[in-house]
Design a binder for this molecule. Structure first.
Ligand SMILES: Cc1cc2nc3c(=O)[nH]c(=O)nc-3n(C[C@H](O)[C@H](O)[C@H](O)COP(=O)(O)OP(=O)(O)OC[C@H]3O[C@@H](n4cnc5c(N)ncnc54)[C@H](O)[C@@H]3O)c2cc1C
Length: 409
């Protein structure tokens, strides 16, 4: 495996490094540098404008729709350089990572022209309406239905676990548009405005008092006939594309955030003198090895993609299963190392829109960084498809094992 980058990629790396050095605030990344409260809010607002001017938001998207048309390797270099200095990238997960790339792959020209510029500029926000009370792992059992009425779809049904539905302008949802065919067929992928009568969002309160996800009820909710992505009754394939993006996201550079967090855990072990405990040392060595495996698998994904030998769904499934299980193990170890200290809430409770982890804290329950990560890691083997389901995909599609038996219909 050749781990060196081509000269053009290194030239691009220098361009990004120079840009970051010129645009990040003075002292960024130095020990003791911290932005709090209003300073942080001002920085975030300004930083989004600066990123947009630099063209670095969704920079791999085609220039004709407002992106920069970066190649895959340039995109990886961009991610690496931002991660290296801990510079935030806009974290609109649903628009930037899921629905935007799906519309680019499957959407009509009109859909691309309408939605892509609005996603890039951040003028619309999104949520994902796949799961239902009886359709999670078995997503194709979904019951929400959409029927044509003139030039509009009329949607009725219920979604659950819908993250950020209370803020979203649009939902990309799966609805049954033909109930008389096999369940994977007869599903369509619709782009539905959220701010309209008939959409009822009921937040689900979590143990820390925050409400990150919701139940969403649809009663005669409407969207234009043309808001079907990838064709009527073809929604299953389109949804698998979105899930591929969800599971494969960060497969090449994701190890960096785990390495950074592990460095933090090791520093805590040293501070508390736990680094002399043989079991802690073994746990840290195991965690370090797993982060290295992620790094090397990241290079493997990249090499595969560059040579078009890419089996995105399988690699995405393997990556999602591996990192989510690693993360729970590493944070269990962190909490063991911290002992009673790990149970004292020492965070600020401040939200930071550019730092996804900060979503987990709130004023009345101020978890610190490791505690936030510990709590959220419990959900990581579930969202985007559970670890068991990823194992089924790897077993069937990578190893070619017999298909899982299905109950008789
Ligand atoms: C934090 C969080 C955010 C989420 N955000 C969203 C969102 O924004 N939009 C959205 O649509 N969904 C969202 N989800 C839902 C998520 O996609 C589902 O929870 C997930 O797909 C699992 O479905 P389920 O909860 O119905 O569990 P079930 O499918 O009922 O599974 C229960 C258990 O059975 C196991 N199991 C089920 N089938 C099999 C099988 N065939 N083989 C082996 N084991 C099996 C599962 O692995 C699991 O352990 C979110 C979930 C979480 C936790």
């Amino acid at each position: 495996m050749d781990l060196t980058y081509p000269p053009e990629a290194e030239a691009f790396r220098k361009e990004i490094r120079d840009w970051l050095a010129q645009n990040l605030p003075e002292g960024w990344g130095q020990p003791g540098f911290r932005l709090v409260g209003d300073q942080r809010r001002q920085f975030n607002a300004q930083w989004i404008r600066t990123l947009r001017q630099g063209g670095w938001i969704c920079a791999s998207w085609p220039a004709e729709y407002g992106g920069k048309g970066l190649s895959l390797i340039e995109q990886v270099v961009l991610n690496e350089e931002f991660a290296r200095v801990d510079a935030p990238m806009r974290a609109d997960f649903f628009g930037d990572t899921l629905v935007g790339p799906t519309i680019l792959q499957w959407g009509t020209e009109e859909q691309k022209r309408e939605f892509i510029p609005q996603i890039l500029s951040g003028t619309i926000s999104w949520c994902q309406g796949f799961s239902e009370p009886d359709a999670g792992s078995d997503l194709a059992s979904l019951k929400t239905r959409a029927e044509l009425d003139g030039d509009e779809w009329v949607v009725n049904g219920q979604k659950v676990w819908t993250t950020q539905a209370q803020f979203a302008d649009y939902i990309f949802l799966l609805a049954r548009t033909d109930p008389d065919v096999e369940k994977h067929q007869g599903i369509s992928y619709l782009l539905v405005p959220m701010k309209q009568p008939g959409v009822e969002v009921r937040p689900i309160q979590q143990i820390d008092g925050s409400s990150e996800f919701n139940e969403v009820f649809f009663t005669n909710v409407r969207c234009p006939k043309d808001n079907v992505v990838g064709g009527v009754n073809n929604g299953w394939k389109v949804a698998m594309t979105t899930l591929g993006f969800e599971r494969g996201a960060s497969s090449t550079t994701g190890h960096r955030r785990f390495q950074k967090e592990l460095d933090h855990i090791i520093a805590e072990a040293r501070r508390l003198g736990r680094d002399r405990d043989p079991l802690v040392r073994q746990g840290l060595a195991r965690a370090w090895s797993k982060v290295k495996i992620m790094q090397i698998n990241g290079y493997r994904s990249l090499t595969d993609a560059l040579h078009s030998t890419h089996h995105a769904a399988a690699l995405g499934a393997m990556h999602k299963m591996f990192w989510s299980e690693y993360h729970q193990e590493a944070l269990d170890l962190a909490e063991d190392i911290l002992g009673l200290e790990g149970q004292v809430l020492t965070g600020t409770g401040e939200r930071d829109e550019l730092d996804p982890l900060s979503r987990r804290g709130r004023a009345g329950y101020p978890v610190n960084e490791l505690q936030a990560s510990f709590f959220f890691s419990r959900s990581e083997t579930i969202w985007g498809g559970t670890a068991e389901i990823q194992r089924n995909i790897v077993g069937e599609r990578v190893l070619g094992l017999a298909k899982e038996p299905k109950p008789a219909r």
